[in-house]
Design a protein around this ligand. Sequence first.
Ligand SMILES: [Zn+2]
Length: 420
Amino acid sequence: MQKEMVKLTAKFKLKKTLEGLDYLFQAYREIVNFLITYAFENNVTSFYRLKKETYKSLRKEYPELPSHYLYTACQMATAIFKSFRKRKKKEKAKGKPVFKKEVIMLDDHLFKPNLEKGIIKLSTPSGRIQLEFYPAKYHEKFNDWKVGQAWLVRTPKGVFLNVVFSKEVEIKEPKAFVGVDLNENNVTLALPNGEFVQIITHEGETRTGYYLKRRKIQKKLKTGKRRKELLEKYGQRERNRLNDLYHKLANKIVELAEKYGGLALEDLTEIRDSIRYSAEMNGRLHRWSFRKLQSIIEYKAKLRGVRVVFVNPAYTSSLCPVCGGKLSPNGHRVLKCSNCGFEADRDVVGSWNIRLRALKMWGVSVPPESPPMSVGGGKPALTVNAIKGRSRRDGNNPPKFIGSAFGGTPRAFSFKPQRI
Ligand SMILES: [Zn+2]
């Protein structure tokens, strides 16, 4: 058993905004700008020093404001000034930093959410006020979580409170690992019992659809508000749809991994340095998607006590999982080992190698993968029909293969593609 912390941000849209908030946003912006200017002129990058040298005068000027607003303003100003300095060194920023946003950082002294009642109490210069928010289904799970920092944000769409919640979870000792290979149009899982599960996502097609839609708008409307609105609308719709897909996918993946207690993903930070980056990433998920989907899988896994490990992704789809030899393409998405004759779909190879690497990382000595493979006279019986038969891609057909390398029941599911 090991304890870990899960942190998630929840968004609360406020129902109506009180007049007092106008003053608060304005005062806070003034304060942050004063602090940034002070930090800039005196080259202060330490939060403590900035607070120490400015607190008294700010206190005098804003006597009604709860003092924690001054603390968080110092934190924000320090962060803004530091990032400005960094950008300036790279010649990406000029002049002096200015804070124009309508954002107020809150610590847990300044607000208290009551999820059951749908209200948030906020400390203001005129005492504690109650803000009502629009409840969302997903808010409920945070009932027993710890409240951390928050940001009060005013946008043209309304005022939002983004709250960071955290929860301590217990991660069990994994019995085995499920290898998860994330691709542009499918997610392939290698289960410890030798089965492979493939979930067809059609994400690439969805993206292309939205891309074409946006291009059409850009061609039709050259400038103007309408163009901006439409582009924003479809951008938002695409993000919502992908987000929804990722949550469903992550739930399914974690569900499959739960009984083994372990799940392995590729380490993205390694990919960056890999020379084989472009070749290896061919047909892989878009970088943004990759990270987003991974982070959803990771926290959902932790919440169920499943251990997540990240393995080196280099050559996961070019080395033979059976003998370690080099694989070469052998027809559409099929790879073949010139050393031992093993042949399989590249996504199956990817997920299999990811699973094997997790075992190695975890210190389990990996026996050569030799379950009932020697059936076909020297060649592994693994040139599985199952794996071969899975390349149909149109969305109306039942999915999509799922192969089982060593027998066992093939399993299948897919998320139906939706038309735009
Ligand atoms: Zn081989």
